[in-house]
Each structure stands twice: as C-alpha cells, then as structure tokens.
Design a protein around this ligand. Structure first.
Ligand SMILES: [Zn+2]
Length: 339
C-alpha cells in the first residue's frame, strides 16, 4: 500500500510572515524626516532611500520537507518525461506558483508550456513557467530566470518489498522545492525587484536539457534580454553549510553571488566558488550558457545514490535546502535589482 501524498499541503502560510515583516518595515506615509535644522530656500532636500525590507523568512525547512515529500513520492513514479505522473507534479507546481502570486507564462494563459520531449507521436511533456514583472520601467524588460528541473528517470511500482522507482529526491525534488520557496518569498516582497524574474520548473532535463532548451527558444522572454540564470539541481545532500557555486568562464554574476553570501552570515552557508565549464552544462544552466547567458548553478555534489532508486527523501538534508534556497533568494533579488 502506498502512502497518500498531501498535494498542496506545502504551500499553506507561504508569504504571510513576509507580508507582516514588510508592513512593519515601511515608513508609514513615506515623509522624509526633518534632519533637525530646518530647510531654508535653496537647501538641498535629501530624501533618504527607503531601505529594502525583503526577508527570506517565509522559506522554511517545514515547507521544504512537505514539498520534497510530495514531489518525490512513490506515487509520482519517478516523474518520467513524458508521463501522467509528471503532468500531475506539473499541476502541483502550477498550484504553488499561483499561491505565490506569479503571473502564468505558459501556453494559453496557463503555467504549463508543452513540448515534444522524446519522439514525434509521443505525448508532450510540460515545463511550468511563471513570472513577476519588474518594478522599474527601464529595467523590467530584462529578465532573471530561476530554474530547477522536476523530471527524473521514471520507474515501476512493484508493490511492497520491491523498489524500482527512481524517486529523485535529491535529483531534483530538492532544487524544485527551493525554486518554489523562492517564488513564495519573492511573491510576498510587496514591491517587485527592478528587473522581471521568471521561474522555470523544467522537465526532460534528464533527456538532455530538453525542457530548458525549449523554454529558451519558445518563451515570451527573449534570451537576448535575459541577464542571468540561477539554477538549482541536487542541493540536498552533504555538509549543511557547504554548497558548490558552479559557474562558467567569464561569469560576472558569480562574484555578486559570493558577495551576497558574505552579507548573509546569518545563513552560515559557505558557497565554494567552482569554475567548471563542463559541469555547468550537466544541468539546465547549460542551456542558458549555450545561449550566452551568465548562469550560476547551486549544487551539493554527486553521491552513491545519484541516478539510483535509493535517492530517497529520507536521505535529504532539508535544513541545507532551506539555506541554499534563502541564499538563492537573496542572490536573485540582487541580480534583479533591489527595489
Ligand atoms: Zn538533476
């Protein structure tokens, strides 16, 4: 007997704490305070910049635990591209995007973007795409794309005692959960970053980045206007405070991301700067690199359960996923431009 998953249970409370924090940080009527000496004619009026009061506090280990449990559940049969179970998970992701307040950017006004993942005649497979329009009139036509693939290798449910389901808990329920949590946090910011931010949950990554390649050639957001990609793939294993920040030659965003990590010592997370032109192409970040886009790839390392049926939720370090998601949120806000 399979356990029942709890579709939708992971999204309760998304954003609420952040909205409260946002409201508490606002200055009320926005009137600049008088510096004390009065201002005569000709004095320059200096309006202090409203401090950015974003917070990553809506990103929690509890929600991440629920998300990875749902996405990597046996009943999703390893999320093969294409399959009915992959489509179910896509709808689940779309529900989280909707709860986060993302605008749909898929086919026909919905979140799902359908494409041929294998051979002509096979059923189509979906990406899930949503976005937040930037708040700056000059910069909102530039895009930062956050990505994670949610497909995996499939499998067969043979019943109790046998396990031939590739759950893909680390690969890549972990990164998908981070993407969804960042969407929730950014949707609750109160004011969007300057540039637009696109959230891409890609499928058919395991077939050769086919979902992200399709996205780049068919999305309403042109690659030429895409200034950054931040990709999460396998971020849930290994030491809690360590993560690889993989980048390609010439990446300028990596230095920004490392500076952001330095600013957020509260996370206790130390990204390891990893220049690797080969490895960055092993996940959806590679599709962006091929299009000349500066891409970053958060990754916690390969392990004995990589692409095995033993890549199970029980082995995940969900506190680490929370930390990487929070860092990803702050990096995305910086790359998109603090409002
Ligand atoms: Zn992967």
């Amino acid at each position: 007997m399979r356990n029942r998953r709890n579709w939708g249970g992971g999204v309760t409370g998304l954003g609420a704490a952040m909205l409260i924090a946002w409201a508490a940080g606002c200055s009320g009527d926005g009137t600049p305070t008088d510096p004390g000496g009065g201002q005569g004619p000709g004095d320059e009026v200096v309006i202090p910049a409203e401090p950015f009061i974003g917070t990553a506090s809506t990103i929690t280990q509890v929600e991440i635990q629920q998300l990875v449990t749902d996405i990597a559940h046996d009943s999703t049969l390893g999320r093969r591209s294409p399959s009915p179970e992959l489509n179910e998970v896509a709808e689940y992701i779309a529900g989280v995007f909707a709860a986060a307040g993302l605008t749909p950017a898929g086919d026909g006004g919905g979140y799902l973007q359908w494409f041929q993942a294998r051979n002509s005649g096979d059923p189509l497979a979906p990406n899930v795409v949503g976005w937040i329009e930037g708040s700056d009139p000059e910069l909102r036509d530039e895009f930062v794309v956050l990505s994670a693939h949610f497909d995996h290798l499939g499998g067969v449910d043979d019943g109790p005692g046998l396990d031939r389901i590739f759950n893909g808990a680390d690969d890549n329920a972990s990164g998908t959960a981070a993407l969804l949590e960042v969407a929730g946090a950014m949707g609750a910011m109160g004011i969007a970053p300057k540039r637009s931010v696109v959230f891409l949950a890609a499928s058919a990554e395991e077939l050769g980045l086919r979902g992200s390649i399709y996205y780049l050639s068919h999305s309403p957001f042109p690659p030429v206007a895409t200034v950054a990609n931040v990709n999460f793939d396998m971020i849930g294993r290994g030491e809690t405070n360590h993560v690889y920040l993989i980048r390609g030659t010439g990446s300028e965003n990596a230095a920004i991301a490392l500076a952001v990590a330095d600013q957020h010592q509260e996370l206790g997370l130390t990204p390891q700067d990893s220049l690797d032109d080969s490895f960055i192409r092993r996940s959806d970040s590679g599709a962006f690199v091929l299009d000349g886009i500066d891409a970053l790839f958060f990754h916690s390392g390969l392990h004995a359960e990589y692409h095995e049926v033993s890549d199970e939720v029980e082995l995940l370090n969900t506190l680490k996923i929370e930390k990487v998601a929070k860092l990803g949120y702050w990096v995305a806000v910086e790359l998109a431009g603090r409002p």
